[in-house]
Design a protein. Structure first.
Length: 344
C-alpha cells in the first residue's frame, strides 16, 4: 500500500505525521509526505510536491524534517490518502475541490466531505445524542446571544467560535459577568459598534455615509459564535480519546494550567495518564461509528463523561500525547485498523 500524507510543513512534522508514518512503514507500506497547499493538476490528473520516505530510513519524531529530494507525486497512483491538516485559507476552496475530485478514484482516511462539513462544532447536534451534549445557541446576531445569556442569570456559559481550534477565543462567562456583553459583541464581529457608527455618520458625512461606513466600505462583518452551557463535569477531568475505524485506541487526561479554564495542550494543559470506564468507551465508539458512515475513520474526541464536548477530525492531537502520558505507542494499532479497513 502506498500512503500519501498531506501536511503543511515538510520541514517540521506534526505530532500525528511522525508516529503514523513510522507505523505504516513498520507494516511494510510505502509512505510519501506531500504538501497539501501545493495540489496541482496535469491535464486534470492531480498531484503534489512531496518526498518519498526511504524504506530503511530512521523513524521520524514530531518536529523532524522530511529527508530526501522533493518530487511530483500523482494522487491516483496512491492507494490511500490522509489529509492530515486542512489547506491554508487562501487556497482552501481550490484545494478542497481538487481533493474531492481525486477522492472519486482514491480512498481517503477521512473523506473530503466529512472534513469540510463535520469538522466543526456545528455538527455536535447532528452526531451526538441529546443527553451527551451541552445545550448551545448559535448565531451571528449579538442581540440573540445576549438575550439568551440574560434569560438565565444563574447559569455559567462558554462562548467560542464554531470553527476555532486549539482553544482560540474560548471564553468562560460567569453569571452577571461585567465583560460578557463585550465578549459576545467581539465574537459576533462588533456589528453593534459598526451599525451605530453608520447611524450617526450621515449627520457628519452626508446621506451615503451609512452605506459607505456601515456596510459598504467596511463590508459585511458579522461572525458566528456559540453560547454553550458550561459543563461542571469538566472540572473533574477532561479526556482526549483517539478513535480509529470506530474503535477507541488511545487516550489521556488533560490537566489545565492553574491560571486557565481551557484544557487544550496548546494552551498550557498537560497530558496525564487515565483509564477509561466502559461507558466512556461505549460513547466514544458510538460516535466513531456514526462518523464512519460519513467516511471519517480517525477522530479525536474530547469527553467529560457523560458529555462529549467536541470532536476533532483535522489533525487531532492525542496519539503522541497519549504515548507521553502512558509510555505506550498506539500508532501501530491505528495503522493496523486502517490497513484492514481499506483492504476490504
Amino acid at each position: 500500500m502506498r500512503l500519501l500524507i498531506l501536511t503543511r510543513h515538510l520541514d517540521c512534522l506534526g505530532e500525528n505525521d511522525a508516529p503514523i508514518s513510522n507505523a505504516f512503514r513498520r507494516f511494510g507500506c510505502e509512505v510519501i509526505f506531500g504538501d497539501v497547499n501545493a495540489i496541482a493538476a496535469d491535464d486534470y490528473r492531480y498531484f503534489t510536491r512531496g518526498v518519498r520516505v526511504p524504506e530503511n530510513d530512521e523513524p521520524y519524531y514530531p518536529g523532524s524534517a522530511v529527508r530526501g529530494d522533493r518530487d511530483a507525486y500523482f494522487l491516483d497512483e496512491c492507494q490511500l490518502i490522509w489529509v492530515m491538516i486542512p489547506p491554508h485559507d487562501r487556497v482552501a476552496r481550490d484545494v478542497w475541490q481538487m481533493l474531492w475530485l481525486a477522492s472519486q478514484h482514491v480512498a481517503f482516511v477521512n473523506s473530503v466531505e466529512g472534513m469540510m462539513f463535520l469538522d466543526t462544532k456545528h455538527a455536535l447536534g447532528y452526531v451526538l445524542p441529546k443527553e451527551n451534549r451541552a445545550s448551545s445557541y448559535i448565531s451571528n446576531d449579538f442581540s440573540l446571544l445576549w438575550e439568551r445569556y440574560q434569560q438565565t442569570p444563574d447559569q455559567c456559559w462558554v462562548a467560542k467560535p464554531p470553527n476555532g481550534f486549539c482553544g482560540q477565543n474560548v471564553f468562560l462567562l460567569p453569571p452577571n459577568g461585567p465583560n460578557v456583553r463585550t465578549i459576545l459583541q467581539c465574537l459576533t464581529g462588533n456589528t453593534v459598534a459598526l451599525d451605530e457608527f453608520g447611524a450617526v455618520a450621515p449627520h457628519k458625512f452626508g446621506a451615503v455615509a451609512r452605506h459607505e461606513f456601515g456596510h459598504g466600505l467596511r463590508g459585511f462583518k458579522a461572525e458566528y459564535a456559540i453560547l454553550q452551557e458550561y459543563i461542571p463535569e469538566v472540572t473533574r477531568g477532561e479526556k482526549r480519546i483517539i478513535v480509529t475505524c470506530g474503535k477507541a485506541v488511545a487516550w489521556h487526561g488533560r490537566k489545565s494550567a492553574p491560571d486557565d479554564h481551557r484544557s487544550n495542550i496548546t494552551q498550557g494543559a498537560k497530558p496525564v495518564p487515565v483509564d477509561l470506564h466502559s461507558g466512556e468507551v461505549e460513547l466514544a465508539e458510538l460516535i466513531g461509528q456514526r462518523l464512519m458512515a460519513h467516511g471519517i475513520n480517525f477522530v479525536g474526541i474530547d469527553m467529560a463523561y457523560p458529555y462529549l464536548l467536541e470532536f476533532n477530525i483535522a489533525n487531532p492531537g492525542g496519539l503522541y500525547d497519549a504515548q507521553l502520558a502512558s509510555g505506550i505507542d498506539r500508532s501501530d494499532r491505528v495503522a493496523e485498523l486502517l490497513i484492514a479497513h481499506f483492504k476490504k
